[in-house]
Design a protein around this ligand. Sequence first.
Ligand SMILES: NC(=O)c1ccc[n+]([C@@H]2O[C@H](COP(=O)([O-])OP(=O)(O)OC[C@H]3O[C@@H](n4cnc5c(N)ncnc54)[C@H](O)[C@@H]3O)[C@@H](O)[C@H]2O)c1
Length: 319
Amino acid sequence: MKVVYITGCLGFIGSYVTKKCLELGWWVKGVDKITYAANKDLLIEFAKYPNFSFVQCDINDLKFLYDCDFVINLAAETHVGNSISSSDEFIKSNINGVHNLLELIKNHRGENVCKPTLIQISTDETYGDISVGAHVETDLLKPSNPYSSTKAAADMLVMAWGRTHNVPYIIVRPTNNYGIGQYVEKLIPKAIKCLNLERKIPLHNNGLPIRNWLHAEDTANAIITIIEKGIVGEIYNIAGGFEQKNIDTVIKIIKCYNSEIKYDFNTLNYIDFSCNRRGQDVRYALDDSKLRSLGWKPTKLFDEEITKIVDYYKNKFIW
Ligand SMILES: NC(=O)c1ccc[n+]([C@@H]2O[C@H](COP(=O)([O-])OP(=O)(O)OC[C@H]3O[C@@H](n4cnc5c(N)ncnc54)[C@H](O)[C@@H]3O)[C@@H](O)[C@H]2O)c1
């Protein structure tokens, strides 16, 4: 039986991790500021579990932690486009917020003699892009955009508080997540929303950037594996093992949405290629053999899951 704080529990990945911990019978103390990216309806589902409690709070404003085993930090501003237009909230939540969590753990004096371990959810984007091969956990961090630089800064704080103040931590770096429940600003739900609205799908940089796709349920399972078998003070990459160009992702979505479309070139009429993102990373790729040696591997297949995701958003568009 474990007691865990989950910050950002109403966000996309946070909701999968929360469900998984509740199903395991762990005591979950959910924390979420409830930004535009949160799904408040999840509170109704989580409230069915007697082992769930919730507080609406910014991680910067948390004043103390009850005794617990782990703080799983998934609270963050996460949309790269927003970080390019305005970075203030990214600095506050992704850097200052992590600093507050580290101070709370550092100063924790509870009945439990051990301080809780911070499971800091970082991202593949901290390494920057890589044209061939895959990043390992010891590689230099070379973030390319304001979002990923705030995540890299947080990783640095975590490692320093670990070394100087003995704050126990594990850093986790997943690749691009997908699945039902992702906010519409991200590529997959945004593409389906555009199709629903009969608008063209805006695709940055001609759709050439390559992303490695990881289902949020596989991420949640990986985080549980890391909590149960990972080593404190280590970093673990999580990769979905399935990479493709963004244009191929969007073509698959268009063909799932409209099964009468047979040929790829017919899908191009549904795409708007006029936009570019500054600082766009060409390819992210991670080597996750360290995590796999703990017994985890991804179970979801992108081409199977994407049809379910398209059906879901086509028939039940919630945002
Ligand atoms: N989605 C991905 O593809 C991906 C990939 C790698 C890493 N990550 C990391 O995983 C984590 C979760 O990502 P996500 O996609 O689920 O994010 P999300 O944007 O869907 O959800 C973030 C959640 O955090 C909450 N939140 C934001 N700022 C907060 C604050 N200051 N205090 C309390 N709550 C706050 C929001 O209300 C929201 O519920 C982030 O740290 C992100 O960097 C995400």
